[in-house]
Design a protein around this ligand. Structure first.
Ligand SMILES: C[S@@+](CC[C@H](N)C(=O)[O-])C[C@H]1O[C@@H](n2cnc3c(N)ncnc32)[C@H](O)[C@@H]1O
Length: 206
């Protein structure tokens, strides 16, 4: 699925020239709508492996939730750690946050508010923000992972960093069907354990 018409056309031409022949379809449209439509159309015995590969914060929680609700989709998500870190001011109040609507769209609820903790050192001035966010990105990823684990059977993830060790994206694999999650996680863990550095987070609704 691709939103931009010219990119979708180029992708279609490229796919037509691969060995996949006619066993593919490029859908031009907004993935946040098309994925939900795709989920609704899945039959009982359909299964899907879905890669969500945004530039930044384009993936809405409603899309992720629709995939989880099918219990028929395994999903690879590139979660935009660095773009979200940049959208969070170090000192702010959650209700004043410039990107609060974006955060609610990405996280699907108000859980992102816990990224703001009361300031360790209060400012001398009354009109200063009362909250601060962490310097790193640990929490903004773990809050999202907790959200995923409420709706998927299980998940695992690995941080993708730049040469300065700053976290750019979190590569997350989430399993919708509890029956496939166990073996899927073993395979994904093996791959991750042979790729350093990595970060494994346990959890899931089982
Ligand atoms: C990081 S690129 C994907 C690259 C692709 N996976 C590849 O390996 O070549 C992100 C793509 O998502 C498209 N895009 C952005 N927002 C979208 C949306 N809401 N629905 C569908 N496609 C979108 C952009 O036009 C861009 O081509």
């Amino acid at each position: 699925m691709e939103k931009e018409k010219d990119i979708a056309e180029r992708l279609r031409t490229k796919m037509d020239n691969t060995a996949l022949g006619r066993h593919h379809r490029v859908v031009q449209g907004d993935a946040n709508e098309e994925v939900v439509r795709f989920c609704r159309q899945m039959d009982d015995f359909d299964r899907a492996l879905v890669l969500l590969d945004p530039f930044a914060t384009e993936v809405s929680w409603s899309t992720v939730q629709a995939l989880a609700d099918t219990r028929k989709c395994d999903v690879l998500i590139l979660f935009p750690t660095m773009p979200i870190r940049r959208m969070l001011k170090r000192y702010d109040n959650p209700e004043d946050a410039r990107f609060k609507d974006h955060f609610t769209r990405i996280y699907g609820d108000d859980s992102w508010r816990s990224l703001y903790q009361p300031r360790q050192q209060m400012s001398m001035f009354d009109d200063e923000p009362e909250y601060e966010t962490e310097r790193g990105a640990e929490r903004l990823v773990s809050v999202y992972r907790d959200r995923l684990n409420q709706v998927f059977a299980d998940s695992i993830s690995q941080s993708l960093t730049n040469k300065n060790n700053s976290r750019l994206f979190e590569f997350i694999v989430a399993w919708g069907d509890p029956k496939g999650a166990g073996v899927g996680k073993r395979i994904a863990s093996w791959i991750i354990q042979h790729e350093e550095p990595f970060r494994v987070y346990q959890g899931g609704r089982g």
